[in-house]
Ligand binder design. Sequence first.
Ligand SMILES: CC(C)=CCC/C(C)=C/CC/C(C)=C/COP(=O)(O)OP(=O)(O)O
Length: 337
Amino acid sequence: MTIAPVACLDQVPALVEPRIRDLIGRLDPRNQRVTAYQLGYCDADGAPTTAGGKGIRPALALLSARAAGHPPERGVAAAAAVELAHNFSLLHDDVMDQDTMRRHRPTAWAVFGTAAAILAGDALMILAHDALAGDSGPGRVQAARRLDADVHRLIAGQAADLEFEHRDDVSLDECLAMTADKTAALMSCACTLGALLCGAPAAVTRGLSRFGTHLGMSFQLVDDQLGIWGEPGRTGKPVGSDLRARKKSVPIVHALTSGTAAGDAFRTLYASTHEPQEADLRTASRLLEESGSRDWVQDEADRHLAHALDELAALELPADVHNDLVDLARLVTGRDH
Ligand SMILES: CC(C)=CCC/C(C)=C/CC/C(C)=C/COP(=O)(O)OP(=O)(O)O
């Protein structure tokens, strides 16, 4: 599933998919089946499909190679690595959350079972390193270390996210730190690895890294909004999915800590132990809006996007790659799925 029209996203299937297919072809047949399903290359019976993700991270990696003055092909190993690591995390996340739908179809664990999905996730994370190891670029070791550091943050962010579900004293700062780890770290990694593999100057690599961090924050804040107010037909997830799961996403923690009457009413509703009905979900999303959370999160997403664009401007990149990065940033933060 691509979100057109941004030219750099169109390059992902042509440039990155063959490398990923080659890598998963090294797995045993059972893991090949589950990983190919997760990546959207086939359905549960193995028939070909184009049901993958939006390809945002690999597109960023291809653009980071271009930002370092090289053709996008030089970023393919980085792009494959981040997309594989991303899908490792989604496979495991769906098991942990027991989510049955992703990208408009049943999750891998719902089709193949929990054990198969966990093993496929493990295999994808190893393949992410194989992707980098197969590159001949100068920054291979540095890129591998950076990937490890960011995946450690991803895991820490996920651990915090799960812990927060059982706490009612989560602060907004804790929640934003969790967001930085869970999502922004890998987005920043995507923006950095292509430049590292091309041996880009440290200032360019650092600037791209900061761009990715701000973009990742804005992306996740939009994702949090979609988890509450998103249209299921567009997001591929059930209505109010984060509210049903009693997640402590940023809008929810903002409301809980707002000190407003609506926020307090939301806290009472959220503390109730019964399975939420459609009417409860409607009330909860209305109370969140009345507490000012939706507007606050949108302002925060806009603020991070502005910082991301400032970081890009400071890099003084050639107009073509600058414009492609700006277009992608605007698209992913203005998306509805
Ligand atoms: C270790 C572990 C289990 C970590 C889980 C971390 C986790 C699930 C973070 C969520 C990140 C996120 C918003 C994914 C959707 O990205 P997207 O909309 O770009 O996805 P797409 O590939 O479907 O387009």
